[in-house]
Design a protein around this ligand. Structure first.
Ligand code: FE
Ligand code: FE
Length: 278
């Protein structure tokens, strides 16, 4: 699972790829039955995601110097990820995005939420920039304060250099009680990158869904509530509302990308200019 193009293996495990036989309880099983590749992934992720690293990546990619791309263009760019490892796979990155957004659309949610579902994983373009997988996917968690034992595979944090920084090992670490998640650095990945890219174009609820969709210790496990402010508490239900569409929307037939493209081009044009900075 070490290379960028093995993202597919990851997507398989967390349930981001189409599998009609997958049962709800089979998603995200981080126990002894987890594939060796998943354990290895988290060993690397937890050893390397330091506060310094997260801040450095945010500076680097927050500057958005990767060029200008339209949203649909970005989807096609991301799609090249899968082509290389399995050219005849029946579910591409674009199909994961559309399965998520189509499920949101079927349930009658507002257009901004359909679009948010369609966009939510475009930050995985980080893989195509050459970033290692541990810096792109996986659950996210705050850096600069004690790691919650609600984070998967907490034992792997022993190898993280931040374990030797006493200031980072208290409940609040460098943060203040109730300071708000906007003031908290999370481990670096596709959520924060895409948030930086699209934040000016989506309503706040959509921004939260994108920025925190991998922050399972918070939105699923209830950890780190002491860092939340009023706004975070208001937004949490939206992030939770989004999650099942990301995880469990994979049991319908794969969407017909070509047929749906005009609908999505209209939807994109309602919120975004032709090109945005990445
Ligand atoms: Fe994601
Ligand atoms: Fe996803």
């Amino acid at each position: 699972m070490g290379t960028a193009h093995n993202l597919e293996q990851w997507d398989d495990f967390v349930g981001e790829r189409y599998d009609p036989n997958r049962k709800t309880e089979d998603f995200r099983k981080f126990d002894d039955s987890a594939p060796a590749g998943v354990r290895e992934f988290y060993r690397q992720n937890h050893a390397n995601q330091t506060r310094d690293f997260a801040q450095e990546m945010r500076r680097k990619y927050g500057a958005k110097t990767k060029g200008e791309m339209g949203i649909w263009e970005a989807c096609e760019f991301l799609n090249t990820l899968v082509d290389e490892s399995d050219p005849d796979t029946d579910l591409s990155q674009i199909q994961h995005l559309m399965q998520t957004s189509e499920a949101i659309r079927r349930d009658g949610h507002p257009r901004w939420m359909i679009l948010t579902g369609f966009l939510h994983d475009l930050g995985k373009a980080l893989c195509l920039y050459g970033e290692p997988q541990w810096a792109v996917v996986g659950d996210t968690f705050p850096v600069g304060c004690a790691w919650s034992n609600k984070i998967v595979f907490p034992e792997f944090f022993a190898a993280n250099p931040d374990a030797a920084v006493p200031e980072y090992q208290t409940r609040l670490g460098v943060y203040k009680e109730g300071c708000g998640l906007d003031n908290v650095d999370l481990s670096w990945g596709h959520d924060e990158y895409l948030y930086q890219v699209v934040k000016d174009y989506l309503p706040e609820e959509g921004q939260y869904m994108i920025r925190y969709h991998s922050f399972y210790p918070w939105h699923r496990e209830g950890a780190y509530s002491y860092l939340m402010n009023e706004k975070d508490r208001r937004m949490l239900p939206w992030v939770q509302k989004f999650n099942p569409y990301d995880l469990y929307s994979k049991s319908a037939a794969p969407p017909n990308v070509a047929e749906l493209k005009p609908y999505y081009e209209d939807l994109i044009a309602d919120f975004f200019p032709g090109k945005i900075a990445w």
